[in-house]
Design a protein around this ligand. Structure first.
Ligand code: SF4
Ligand code: SF4
Length: 401
């Protein structure tokens, strides 16, 4: 489905009319499973959007709430026999509803501000992290007060060279690694250098645009997408690696749908690294693996992270069992109750298990899961890879003790 920049509803009318109302998409929908209301399911939301486009329904606080309470996990698309692109329909619906949606007005302002001035926003957050953020978290106005690093990951154009170069890759850092988890970016550089890859971190990367689209800010997301395409598509690299599946999904798949061009070489690190790693000193620990929705449903990456974990000598105590953690980027700020319920439901199994660690492939899932899992590490898979392939092989300090 080619989508034009103008969002008057006509672009996705055809997509909406494809739906035969079978209801298969309800089975995996996390918001339907927490509420059991038809209008909280994928099918219900499509019906509401159909009503909106045909003029039978008009924007109202309740209608807005239903359309903005989808966490955009993509489980419904996977279970739809007709492949209805429900998420694109929801993005389009949100673009139509944004003016009437007063509840998220401040979040829109903050999202636009921070995507335009990310470094300045980071500095402001740093200054307030020990004063305002804990107070806001205590009052329940934000879901958690994040601990911020001293410096962001990206400050300038950088190239990390290696001896006996096997290849060259670039990193699409993403806001969460850049401003919340710079150590993950450093782990990725260590791993890539260890296996002989030169790493480029280009200047000029901007937010992938997914948080803005989730609030209906299509035009702003288009501007960001064009900037990223200009920066990344001119690089002479084998792959563009990211530690955030939401970023990969946005730049590789979604850009094509709304600006007609994507960053084709973008990929999740587990896809790139799976056949390049050899372990000599297994870790001998147990772990749960949490599938991030955008990796599992959006990009269809299911086996690679598990294979890497097993190759590192870590025993997985779970079978494949996806489930949303409730993070959803800005969703955990705008839909606190649903987000908290999903988190509690998702972490029950982890908490009851004897696994030494919880491993995932998304910085956002790490942030969310760490809110309730306090008795064992919640790691990004790159930290496990770094332990297995860099530290253990050189007897350095390891994270999975
Ligand atoms: S994207 Fe996820 S939350 Fe939204 S309708 Fe589909 S399954 Fe439900
Ligand atoms: S599974 Fe597909 S066709 Fe069936 S109700 Fe859901 S969106 Fe419509």
């Amino acid at each position: 489905m080619q989508i034009s920049r103008k969002r008057d509803g006509s672009q996705y009318q055809e997509e909406l009319s494809k739906c035969m109302l079978c209801g298969s998409c309800k089975a995996l929908c996390p918001t339907y499973n927490t509420d059991a209301l038809e209008s909280m399911s994928a099918r219900g939301r499509l019906m509401l959007l159909r009503g909106l486009v045909t003029g039978k329904l008009t924007p109202s606080p309740l209608l807005n709430e239903r359309i903005f309470s989808c966490i955009l996990c993509g489980a419904c698309k996977e279970s739809c026999p007709l492949g209805v692109d429900i998420i694109e329909a929801i993005y389009s619906g949100r673009a139509l509803l944004k003016k009437s949606d007063k509840k998220r007005k401040h979040l829109r302002f903050l999202a636009k501000f921070s995507s335009r001035w990310p470094e300045f926003s980071f500095k402001m957050l740093q200054m307030s992290q020990h004063i305002f953020l804990p107070v806001l978290a205590k009052k329940g106005l934000i879901p958690f007060a994040p601990e911020l690093p001293e410096a962001a990951f990206k400050s300038k154009d950088q190239v990390y060279k290696v001896h006996r170069k096997k290849g060259r890759v670039a990193i699409f850092t993403g806001c969460s690694v850049n401003f919340f988890f710079p150590h993950l970016g450093e782990s990725l550089i260590n791993v890539m250098k260890k296996i002989g890859y030169e790493v480029v971190i280009p200047k000029g990367e901007v937010c992938c645009g997914a948080p803005l689209r989730s609030l209906g800010l299509e035009e702003e997301a288009v501007e960001l997408a064009k900037k990223n395409i200009r920066v990344f598509n001119k690089l002479k690299v084998e792959a563009i690696l990211s530690l955030c599946p939401t970023c990969v999904l946005a730049v590789k798949n979604d850009y094509g749908k709304y600006i007609g061009d994507g960053i084709e070489k973008a990929m999740d690190i587990s896809v790139f690294l799976n056949d390049k790693l050899d372990v000599s000193d297994p870790i001998n620990k147990t772990s749960f693996y949490h599938d991030p929705c955008h990796l599992y449903y959006g990009l269809g990456v299911k086996k690679e992270p598990r294979e890497i974990i097993k190759k590192a000598g870590v025993e997985l105590v779970d079978s494949e069992d996806p489930g949303c953690c409730g993070f959803g980027g800005l969703f955990c700020f705008s839909n606190r109750d649903i987000s908290d319920n999903l988190l509690i439901e998702r972490t029950k199994k982890f908490i009851d298990s004897k696994a030494d660690t919880v491993i995932t492939s998304c910085p956002g899932c790490m942030l969310q899961l760490s809110r309730t899992i306090n008795d064992r590490p919640v790691l990004h898979i790159i930290e496990l890879i770094e332990d297995a392939y860099c530290y253990r092989q050189s007897n350095k300090k390891v994270k999975m003790k």
